[in-house]
Design a protein around this ligand. Sequence first.
Ligand SMILES: NC(=O)c1ccc[n+]([C@@H]2O[C@H](COP(=O)([O-])OP(=O)(O)OC[C@H]3O[C@@H](n4cnc5c(N)ncnc54)[C@H](OP(=O)(O)O)[C@@H]3O)[C@@H](O)[C@H]2O)c1
Length: 262
Amino acid sequence: MRRKLDGLRMLITGASSGIGRSMAILAAEAGAKLLLTARREDRLEELLGVLHAKGCDARYVVGDITDPAHRQRLVERAESDFRGLDVLVNNAGVGAYGSFEDATPERLRTLMEVNFFAPVELTRLVLPILEKGTTPAVCNISSVLAHRAVPGKSEYCASKFALHGFSDALRAEVSSKGIDVILVSPSTTSSEFAAAVIEKRGKVPAKGKFVRTPHNVAVAALRAIRLGRHEIIPSKTGFAMILLDRLCPSLADWAVAKFGYV
Ligand SMILES: NC(=O)c1ccc[n+]([C@@H]2O[C@H](COP(=O)([O-])OP(=O)(O)OC[C@H]3O[C@@H](n4cnc5c(N)ncnc54)[C@H](OP(=O)(O)O)[C@@H]3O)[C@@H](O)[C@H]2O)c1
């Protein structure tokens, strides 16, 4: 379904940096009302100044997205401040580098909590109010690694594959209620993501040649929300890797083992 962002009420997680921050600025420029969240309050405060200067009706709630009480607070703020919600952007995410053999169970637990359980449980809480919203949508920021896994990021790939599968199933379940589910699968993006990984062990992936900016990804994601696209892969290298994987999986296995990741 096509939608205009003007006047829509959007909740964006992970808005303190990178793709989430860029999406907030672009959505504000398009006239959306914003409820933002992340853990770093100073970053959210700075962003709020930028958004208010653009005339945007924006506010934030600080907290850890893995905390059920925080997720509940977000829904309550959407109800109390905006009388509902039209678009949920599940963007908050975290990574880890290093082989699975060297990793602890806690690393797997953290990545699945942030990248999979938190967005899925937030979606569960938000769906009943989205149903009453205007041109409602859930936009999940996934990764090209949700289509083709690579070495040294096993838990991250697993968490994004899980989010991908959930998004496909949910899309089919809620389409009759008029809710779009949009999956955005970026490649390497020049955000704070690499610096924020919870662990760096062994060979740290080399920086890709064709790195996108958070702004590039945010433009593509908001376009997908406007057009009601089911899924987008906002980079040619990411698209090429997925295509290679589908057409010639053994060559793709060789390529990711040799070059790491895109
Ligand atoms: N950068 C890439 O190369 C790349 C590629 C493909 C997909 N992605 C995906 O894009 C999304 C955005 O990442 P980014 O590149 O913009 O990285 P980023 O700049 O590091 O942003 C990540 C955001 O997630 C928030 N966050 C992380 N853990 C959180 C937690 N436990 N509770 C609440 N918020 C949390 C961070 O805020 P606080 O630290 O303030 O809480 C931050 O706002 C992620 O889902 C990531 O997996 C990134």
